[in-house]
Design a protein around this ligand. Structure first.
Ligand SMILES: Nc1ncnc2c1ncn2[C@@H]1O[C@H](COP(=O)(O)OP(=O)(O)O)[C@@H](O)[C@H]1O
Ligand SMILES: [Mg+2]
Length: 254
């Protein structure tokens, strides 16, 4: 049987910890599978995963998409096909290779209304490069857009993230409902992040979403933020790392 990559994605309301948790996922995968090919994708136009992972991409997917469009606008129809073909190779120019993982970022399309184009492109990019990897971690845009546009279609493990707010829970329940139709996931679950205490869990309505774990307020993240430090440097016995490890174990990833 053909080998399929495991594609993990985080989704949820803005500010709930998606990027931080995605970075910790990458850390845990790199540690667990040093010989596997791991790709981290920053799919959020608001960016952040690069900082969390301590990488600095010079070129983003939006840059090469724009190049291709501009070249096509200058040339004739024949050139368009060529340019789009070449854009496929250019994807690898955007890719940063570190010791343990590769990284690619969608970038920051500056004009409003550009997002749907870059999302369509991102979907193609994921489809065309995913076979080169064993594990892919996608840090998604806040909300439901990328689920709706089927950018997340190939995700095998969808990790919904919420804080203890009702709004956060409502967002993940909506995402689950849409994902049930539009994402071919094998497993789905929720990580409740930044809980002030475990007690609040009993007051939360997570609907039918399987519970993967809760993570308390972690001062290590505050320190990362303060110093612009990479989340990869956070040591093992901290709330965020142990919490995420349990969640990945429940998903049978590690
Ligand atoms: N468990 C936690 N404890 C303390 N701070 C956290 C925790 N999770 C996330 N944060 C902080 O909250 C902010 C938002 O997190 P982030 O991962 O960027 O969220 P998102 O990607 O969902 O917008 C960041 O400053 C991050 O360091
Ligand atoms: Mg983020």
């Amino acid at each position: 049987m053909e080998k399929k990559p495991i594609v993990l994605a985080v989704a949820g309301k803005g500010g709930v910890g998606k990027t931080s948790l995605a970075a910790v996922m990458v850390k845990l995968l790199v540690e667990a599978y040093p010989d596997k090919k791991i790709l981290a994708i920053d799919a959020d136009p608001a960016v952040g995963l690069s900082t969390a992972l301590g990488v600095e991409p010079e070129l983003t997917l939006d840059d090469i998409r724009k190049e291709a469009v501009e070249a096509a606008e200058r040339g004739d129809a024949g050139a368009t096909v060529e340019v789009l073909g070449e854009a496929r190779y250019r994807i690898f120019d955007c890719m940063i290779e570190t010791g343990g993982f590769s990284f690619i970022a969608i970038g920051r399309p500056e004009a409003a209304g550009c997002y749907c184009k870059i999302n369509t492109y991102l979907k193609e990019v994921i489809a065309s490069i995913s076979d080169n990897f064993d594990y892919i971690v996608i840090d998604g845009e806040a909300g439901i857009e990328q689920i709706n546009r089927r950018v997340m279609e190939k995700v095998t493990h969808l990790v919904l993230v919420t804080d203890s707010s009702k709004k956060g829970c409502d967002v993940i329940k909506t995402i689950k409902k849409v994902a049930d139709d539009l994402v071919m996931y094998e497993q789905i679950g929720v990580v409740v992040n930044r809980v002030p205490s475990e007690d609040v869990l009993s007051y939360m309505d997570l609907g039918s979403i399987p519970f993967l774990g809760a993570i308390g307020v972690d001062a290590n993240l505050t320190e990362c933020d303060l110093k612009g430090k990479s989340v990869l440097e956070i040591v093992d016995d901290t709330a965020i790392v142990t919490g995420m490890k349990k969640a990945l174990a429940k998903l049978e990833i590690i």
